[in-house]
Design a protein around this ligand. Structure first.
Ligand SMILES: [Zn+2]
Length: 512
């Protein structure tokens, strides 16, 4: 059976605006592209006019002039964490303690046995947290409000009691104590987690997403094999490997990029994740300069392993065909990761690369190390970066420098740190600001086309996988991009295809 997508429009062909094409798909791959003519006016198509028609053995879906583009990838996701976070009380926009309490009060009557919130920012929020004020809102229901970096949690008395932890006056506990509580609160059975992940995957498909790299700290490959065997088929997944699972992966002969058997081609072996430094917000990202006012051994942030260990771990993985993905945020950590890539001479990615010295930007290109970056963080971390990396933010999120130096870039969200939504990454890279604000270091802005290229892994071309997002707008219009982001979940993504399979569609509403 051949699937024909007819009357599709390819964005960005300025000279050819209005050119329509028919796309034929066999076995999940584009088998033909036919230019079929021009339309003179560019009007938004109406959802009811599109229809799926069966002609003999073939199927036809009329896209009625909508724009078609390669499906989107999110190259850095913690899928289990995200699936849970998106069900939690969202505290991301709360700028004050009162605002947090206000949101909590709206949810306090829900039937859930516990109230779990996520996303408040301890470093930026105004007002003082207290055990007392949270108790007043929540009573007997155990309540856990996690900070956006998951390094702090604000509990009520019932929460402290349920966890067997001594209550603090502020209600907040941090670091190790917080991690332990997070582990307990996040400990749900596989069946529930898989159902929640499926829900999150469908939501991603509604935004045009066709694939993710999953960096969940878990035996990812086995978990995704289980999910796919039980019917999960919305996304392609690259499942990252953590060092504690490396030997098992090597013994099993897993190599980065290999398709995992019996998964319908949906699951591939991902990279080995190595966490080299910390984060900006917690002042643990390893930098060449100290954090303002910081003293002592961690004044410049932390390194989780010394260079020789990093090199030996990367070498061990690469000898078995597993490419490393090294988490490095501060400029010294990035520099050291590049040293290691140079010594091992292997392919791979540096994850985050938030602060990168100019000379290291060119090393990325020379060594062909891929920069796996999260543009949405530049919106959220702008203030923190100005405060913690004073005078150096010209080298923060330096996407234009990377692009011009020929560095290969991929965009991700690091969900749950930001939403699993590549449009937010694209818009952040293009505008470098929250909606309506002034661009931060505007010389580093990318064009819409450049940004989209960092979020796709295929082309609309013969021989390519039929992974598509179909839009009601031209995604290369910056205004259109902005409206797309404001309108989440995106009503303008009218269909998503993975290997020629519909994973999301608004096209056939109203047709027989
Ligand atoms: Zn991450």
């Amino acid at each position: 059976m051949t699937l024909h997508l007819t009357n599709a429009r390819i964005p960005g062909e300025r000279g050819l605006l209005g050119n329509l094409i028919n796309i034929s798909i066999d076995d999940g791959v584009v088998s033909a592209l036919d230019f079929i003519g021009q339309t003179t006016s560019v009007t938004l198509p109406s959802a009811t006019r599109a229809a799926r028609v069966v002609q003999g053995d073939d199927q036809v879906i009329d896209l009625d002039g909508r724009w078609i583009m390669p499906g989107l990838w999110d190259s850095h996701v913690h899928m289990g964490q995200w699936a849970q976070a998106r069900r939690r009380l969202d505290l991301a926009d709360a700028t004050s303690v009162d605002a947090v309490l206000e949101r909590v009060s709206q949810r306090a009557d829900s039937a859930d046995p516990a109230l779990v919130g996520f996303g408040w920012r301890p470093a930026e929020i105004s007002g003082q947290t207290s055990l007392e004020s949270l108790d007043a809102m929540t009573g007997e229901k155990p309540t856990y409000l996690f900070s956006v970096d998951m390094h702090s949690v604000w509990l009520n008395s019932a929460g402290f009691a349920a966890q067997g932890v001594t209550a603090t006056e502020s209600g907040v506990v941090s670091e190790r104590a917080c991690f332990e509580i997070a582990k307990c609160v996040s400990n749900i059975d596989d069946e529930t987690l898989d159902a929640w992940i499926d829900e999150a995957a469908r939501e991603a498909a509604r935004r045009g997403v066709v694939g993710i790299t999953d960096f969940e700290m878990a035996p990812n490959s086995a978990a995704w094999r289980r999910r796919i065997s039980r019917g999960a088929d919305t996304l392609r997944v690259e499942a990252a490997i953590y060092p504690e699972f490396l030997e098992t992966a090597v013994e099993a002969g897993m190599r980065t990029g290999d398709t995992v058997a019996s998964t319908g081609g949906l699951l591939r072996v991902g990279p080995l994740k190595i966490i080299l430094d910390g984060s900006l917000g917690s002042q643990t990202a390893r930098c060449f300069e100290s954090y303002p006012g910081a003293t002592g051994p961690a004044a410049r942030g932390v390194l989780n392993l010394p260079l020789p260990e990093l090199v030996s771990l990367m070498g061990r993985a690469w000898a078995a065909g597993i490419a490393p993905a090294v988490h490095a945020i501060g400029d010294e950590a990035v520099d050291m990761a590049l040293d290691a890539f140079e010594m091992v001479q292997c392919a791979g990615t540096i994850e985050h690369a938030q602060l990168v010295r100019a000379e290291d930007v060119s090393r990325f290109a020379q060594l062909k190390v891929l920069a796996s970056v999260q543009p949405r963080h530049l919106v959220d971390d702008r203030t923190a970066a100005e405060r913690l990396w004073p005078g150096r933010t010209g080298q923060a999120f330096a996407f234009r420098q990377m692009r011009d130096a020929g560095v290969a870039m991929r965009f991700g969200s690091d969900a749950p740190a930001a939403a699993l939504d590549p449009w937010q990454a694209i818009v952040a890279a293009v505008t470098r600001t929250a909606p309506g604000g002034e661009a931060w270091n505007p010389q580093e802005c990318l064009s819409g086309d450049e940004a989209i290229q960092c979020s796709v892994r295929s082309h609309v071309a013969v021989g390519q996988p039929a992974d598509f997002a179909v839009l009601d707008i031209d995604p290369l219009e910056v205004d259109a991009l902005n409206s797309l982001t404001h309108d989440l979940p995106t009503s303008q993504v009218s269909a998503t295809f993975v290997g020629g399979r519909v994973t999301h569609s608004l096209l056939e509403k109203g047709s027989p």
